[in-house]
Design a protein. Structure first.
Ligand SMILES: [Ca+2]
Ligand SMILES: [Ca+2]
Length: 187
């Protein structure tokens, strides 16, 4: 204690880690030379448990195709009911989307069609995160496939048929004819 009556006590980390979760009352007692006591107390909230967080399936099969990318796709999930009102953040392709945890613990985050359509086709890590009031963070990652970029849509080209004039004559029907062409973006 200094001459102004200010004091401090260091609480070792090893002791803090032994504290039970929840509200922990702390009491400080001062005693003067005559043996008189004075006490002060406060309550400190201990929360070392990160929230639970689960992710549902998006676009039926976690594959977003061209048709699905034309409308908003909603990612649903669950979280600890204790996190009601807090924000779930979803990262996809360098963009962030958010939704709130409901009173039942359910949440949903919308991925807008313009964002889905602008991403190159490929496999993406979709990362959802939720931070509780104490700062404990839970992150859950799932892999989704985007097959939605129309520039990558399969194309079919058919070459001219039957002696280059596309007309099947009586003579042409007497022999086999070959139909040929080419495709792009077909795996
Ligand atoms: Ca917590
Ligand atoms: Ca799908």
């Amino acid at each position: 204690m200094d001459t102004n009556g200010n004091w401090h006590v260091t609480l070792p980390a090893a002791d803090l880690q032994q504290l039970p979760e929840g509200n922990t009352p702390l009491q400080v007692t001062a005693t003067d030379i005559a043996g008189n006591h004075g006490t002060g107390s406060f309550s400190s909230l201990v929360d070392i448990t990160p929230p639970t967080l689960t992710l549902g399936t998006i676009a039926t099969d976690d594959i977003i195709n061209i048709q699905e990318a034309q409308s908003t796709q909603t990612l649903n999930g669950t979280a600890s009911v204790s996190e009601a009102g807090r924000t779930v953040t979803v990262a996809l392709g360098g963009q962030f989307y958010t939704g709130k945890v409901g009173n039942d613990g359910n949440w949903s985050v919308d991925l807008p069609s313009h964002a889905l359509a602008s991403l190159p086709n490929g496999v993406y890590s979709l990362v959802a995160s939720l931070t509780d009031a104490t700062g404990n963070v839970t992150q859950v990652t799932k892999t989704i496939t985007l097959d939605a970029n129309s520039a990558m849509r399969p194309t079919v080209t058919v070459n001219a048929f039957v002696s280059e004039d596309n007309t099947i004559s009586a003579a042409d029907t007497k022999v086999s004819q070959i139909l040929s062409g080419s495709t792009t973006n077909v795996e």
